[in-house]
Design a protein around this ligand. Structure first.
Ligand SMILES: O=C(O)COP(=O)(O)O
Ligand SMILES: [Mg+2]
Length: 237
């Protein structure tokens, strides 16, 4: 029997259903995993959301937020930001001049605490957003839950590298579970990656494994499979 590997887990589409409702069956799984090995919540959401998730689960606050733009590891107690929020704001200004808004209303909790990028509601027009992003050297990621206007050098893989370093681990030791384009780079730096069945094409192509089940069921299936492998004493190909 070998030690359980550290886990990097996405939120939307992986711990939730299609309506963003957290699947409560994931709570004990995350708590038990965190008791044995580091769990890093790696998400496109702004910091308060994964921090809140860890806080309410009473597990160490290890988070890669904003698609890698914000990284915090409890044991190192240091917050690291990369990215260019000012450039994302210039994209939003161009987009507004073309007559479009970010689409979240006046009190925008999606972006209020976001420090390194901006997110746009999927109902908003995509091509003028991509054109504005191109003009400012920014990238648009479609997570299936929002468009993110992000610096090209920022992604969850770079974020996990920083988190792993702070945890004294290597990214290759990690297992990752996710569902979308913003998980693809992460899938490539970890030792083993699982796309849940509802994943988009980019994530499916990048993952080592695809679960039969989708959403929370897919996460439970992936973690069961990893636990079974490690109880049997080694990795599977
Ligand atoms: O907030 C999003 O758009 C996606 O979030 P996720 O990375 O946790 O799936
Ligand atoms: Mg996701």
């Amino acid at each position: 029997m070998t030690d359980l590997p550290p886990l990097a887990v996405d939120i939307d589409g992986t711990l939730t259903d299609a309506e963003r409702r957290l699947d409560p069956r994931v709570f004990p799984v995350l708590r038990e995993w965190a008791a044995e090995a580091p769990v890093v919540v790696a998400t496109g959401k702004a910091l308060p959301y994964p921090v809140g998730l860890c806080e309410f689960l009473a597990i160490p606050i290890n988070v890669v937020a904003e698609n890698g733009g914000a990284v915090y590891v409890a044991s190192a107690d240091e917050l690291r930001f990369t990215g260019d929020r000012a450039a994302a704001e210039r994209v939003a200004e161009d987009y507004a001049e073309a007559g479009h808004s970010l689409g979240w209303g006046t009190v925008d909790f999606v972006n209020r605490w976001r420090e390194t990028e901006l997110a746009v509601a999927l109902e908003q027009p995509e091509s003028p957003l991509r054109e504005a992003a191109d003009r400012h050297g920014m990238r648009v990621i479609d997570t299936g839950f929002a468009y993110h206007v992000t610096s090209p050098e920022v992604n969850k893989a770079r974020g996990l590298e920083a988190a792993a370093d702070a945890l004294d681990r290597s990214p290759a030791e990690f297992v990752a579970v996710g569902d979308s384009e913003n998980d693809a780079e992460l899938f490539e730096v970890v030792g083993e990656s699982y796309a849940v069945a509802n994943a988009d094409e980019t994530a499916l192509a990048a993952a080592h494994h695809v679960t039969d089940a989708g959403y929370g069921d897919g996460f439970l299936e992936a973690t069961d499979r990893v636990r079974a492998e490690f109880a049997a004493g080694g990795d599977s190909a």
